[in-house]
Write a protein that binds this ligand. Structure first.
Ligand code: 5AD
Ligand code: FES
Length: 370
């Protein structure tokens, strides 16, 4: 009568697969954990502590990445959005949101500050804002590129046509983040208005990958109406997409959305999923997200210990930070870029890891190219 967490997890998660040559001189090949639906359901619904799961995840992470934690500088450059996602504080329908846009010069200033602080990845994130058309966006991307040829440029600006993704890529963007949010069709329609679809979301993600970006996806944990089956679907979809980056965070409620009376997601379930993701996607870049740091003061440290290997401090100008309010009580809205950088240095160290300033390309992606 073993407790759930004492049961050995099937197909020996941390075992080196000897039949596979040590992959492309990188590391010994690490076998992916490939749980069945029943196994996933057991893990996700067990209320036992996840000490074993997290320890295994940390072991896998250390074998591949050592104690390295990559940093990405996040620039939230517009909070205008044409979409009306029911969970999001900057949805179009929220007329209480104070809207802002950063100019190209302001964005370049953020990158310059960031570069000086050791950042070699800039993540341009924003709502779906049609002000930034292809021409304006491509100009911003190539301007960053000419000032910072040794940096990765990551975009996180939502659903676009394949042509637009291609144009951004040709302008030298390298990576694209687009969470699928939920891979269950019915659940997707409960989180989004009817003009948005999971089909199109998936189309975008496969286009992004085919064009040659390093691709990131992910989902919210504990969003309204989410079931264990939804989470299993999320993991299955990620196995199909095989992304380079996977970002998850707890759902957090926002007073000016249709979901204002819904409950926040859970810290523990998010951490359990971080550990599962590390075991199922050993080579993925997994951020310990701002939402994790918001739901608990040491949430990001716990995320790192559960297998996350990326942190994404904010480089946005301080005066706009509180307006990029996807959810309430978001951390770091009063701190300067340098303060966040210093704060994270300490936090990462206290968790037992070390921030590195290399560009941190996805090993998964590098292997795809060879
Ligand atoms: N709580 C937590 N995460 C949220 N996001 C949007 N709104 C919320 C919320 N209320 C996440 C989405 C989006 C990412 C930028 O932020 O997953 O993809
Ligand atoms: Fe921003 Fe700690 S990371 S203040």
């Amino acid at each position: 009568n073993m407790r759930n967490s004492d049961k050995p997890l099937s197909n020996s998660i941390t075992e080196t697969n000897v039949s596979e040559p040590p992959s492309k001189k990188n590391d010994a090949f690490i076998k992916k954990f490939e749980p069945s639906d029943t196994e996933l359901k057991d893990i996700l619904e067990s209320s036992d502590s996840d000490t074993e799961l997290k320890a295994k995840a940390d072991a896998v992470r250390r074998r591949i990445f050592g104690d390295k934690v990559y940093i990405r500088g996040l620039i939230e450059f517009t909070n205008y959005c044409k979409n009306d996602c029911f969970y999001c504080g900057i949805r179009h329908g929220n007329n209480k949101s104070h809207r802002y846009r950063l100019s190209k010069e302001q964005i370049l200033d953020c990158c310059r500050d960031g570069y000086g602080l050791g950042f070699r990845t800039f993540v341009l994130q924003g709502g779906e804002d049609e002000y930034y058309n292809d021409e304006i966006m491509c100009d911003i991307i190539s301007s960053i590129r000419s000032e910072s040829p040794d940096c990765a440029i990551t975009l996180s600006i939502g659903e676009k046509s394949r042509e637009t993704y291609k144009a951004f890529f040709d302008a030298s963007a390298n990576r694209y983040l687009l969470r699928h949010e939920t891979a269950d069709y019915d659940h997707y329609s409960k989180l989004h208005p009817r003009n948005m679809s999971l089909e199109n979301r998936k189309r975008c993600l496969f286009d992004i990958k085919e064009i040659g970006y390093q691709v990131g996806s992910g989902f919210m944990v504990g969003s309204p109406f989410q079931t264990t089956e939804c989470l299993i679907e999320d993991l299955r979809f990620l196995q199909q997409l095989d992304p380079d980056m996977i970002g998850i965070g707890p759902y957090l409620t926002h007073r000016d959305t249709p979901f204002k009376n819904q409950k926040n997601g859970s810290l523990d379930l998010t951490l359990k999923l971080v550990a599962l993701l590390r075991l199922m996607f050993p080579y993925a870049l997994i951020p310990s997200t701002t939402a994790l740091g918001t739901i608990a003061p040491n949430g990001r440290e716990l995320g790192l210990k559960a297998g996350a290997n990326v942190v994404m401090p904010n480089l946005s100008p301080t005066d706009v930070r509180k307006d990029y309010e996807l959810y309430e009580n978001k951390i770091c809205t009063g701190e300067e870029a340098a303060q966040c950088r210093g704060c994270l240095e300490q936090r990462v160290k206290s968790a037992g890891y070390r921030i590195v300033t290399d560009i941190g390309d996805s090993p998964n992606f590098k292997n795809r190219r060879i």
